[in-house]
Write a protein that binds this ligand. Structure first.
Ligand code: SF4
Ligand code: SF4
Length: 286
């Protein structure tokens, strides 16, 4: 089973929830934690895995053989991403804009383009207790995160609970992280910004046809707008974590909330149970 943990905005406590869920689930079974927030992976600060493997993740880019090029301009015409510019004396490649579709090297009439490689980041993996841990680290300044996210997700383990920590927001990297999940947890906070971005995230997940539920983090007892939103969308509100200074202090030092308040483990066990029931329903229907 794959459970994605997402949020419409950053700073809602997505990683707090995903790591605590993994720690509680690992008490009973096999867990694989996939940190797909590749621009700012930080789950390792809480889970503290012993990393044992590293692998470069690369994407295809065109390499121009200028001697064979006739400057016909066909490659620039077919590139939907404007990654190629035909100048009077050469073809220039803007690699960071290339999506590796292969159109240019397949259609170059002179056979002057060959596929090369460009590294976009690193994937690291290891163990933290019973949890298999994988995360991606996108190179600084790199914009092409979906291939790295997909590479991390390919490490999902059969027969395990695979927890995907998605990037915040609702853009392409988030879609790459959550697509294919059996269930998506949407973590929000009881603020107008939290509610606004929860709505965007819910729309995205709904378009992908993934069943989802909501977790309110830092609940201050004034969650009515989120409750109303969930009620009108028939969206289950699965857990509330209260605003708690000790938890915030612990988080700042890389300590998960269930270590600060062991009684909170019960909340996460119930959350896990609710997810299993809902994801199971979806699996049974499909
Ligand atoms: S399509 Fe091939 S021959 Fe034409 S400009 Fe591009 S690289 Fe040169
Ligand atoms: S591989 Fe595709 S995206 Fe990249 S430069 Fe060629 S046509 Fe453009």
């Amino acid at each position: 089973m794959i459970v994605a943990v997402a949020s419409g905005k950053g700073g809602t406590g997505k990683t707090t929830v995903s790591t605590s869920l993994a720690l509680v689930a690992a008490e009973k079974g096999k867990v694989c934690f996939l940190d797909c927030d590749v621009e700012e992976p930080n789950a390792h600060i809480i889970l503290k895995p012993r990393l044992s493997g590293q692998e470069a993740v690369r994407v295809r880019v065109p390499v121009i053989e200028q001697e064979r090029c006739t400057l016909c301009g066909r490659c620039a015409d077919v590139c939907a991403f404007h990654a190629l510019v035909v100048l009077p004396q050469e073809v220039m490649v803007f690699s960071p804009m290339c999506h590796g579709c292969g159109g240019c090297w397949h259609l170059c009439p002179a056979g002057a383009i060959h596929p090369g490689w460009r590294e976009i980041g690193q994937m690291e993996e290891g163990e933290c207790g019973k949890i298999r841990f994988v995360h991606g680290r996108l190179k600084v300044g790199e914009a092409m995160s979906p291939p790295l996210i997909r590479a991390v997700k390919q490490r999902a383990q059969a027969g395990a609970l695979n927890i995907v920590d998605a990037p915040p927001g609702t853009s392409c990297p988030v879609v790459a992280a959550v697509e294919g999940a059996d269930f998506c947890l949407l973590v929000t906070e009881p603020t107008p910004f939290g509610l606004h971005d929860l709505e965007l995230a819910w729309e995205m997940v709904s378009q992908l046809g993934i069943p989802c539920g909501v977790v309110v983090n830092r609940s201050d007892g004034r969650d009515e707008p989120v409750e109303e939103f969930c009620r009108t969308r028939n969206l289950p509100l699965l857990m509330r974590l209260p605003l708690d200074r000790d938890v915030a202090r612990g988080y700042a030092r890389g300590i998960p909330p269930i270590a600060v308040h062991p009684a909170w483990k019960g909340h996460f066990r119930e959350l896990l149970h609710a997810i299993s029931e809902r994801a199971g329903l979806k699996c049974a229907k499909s």
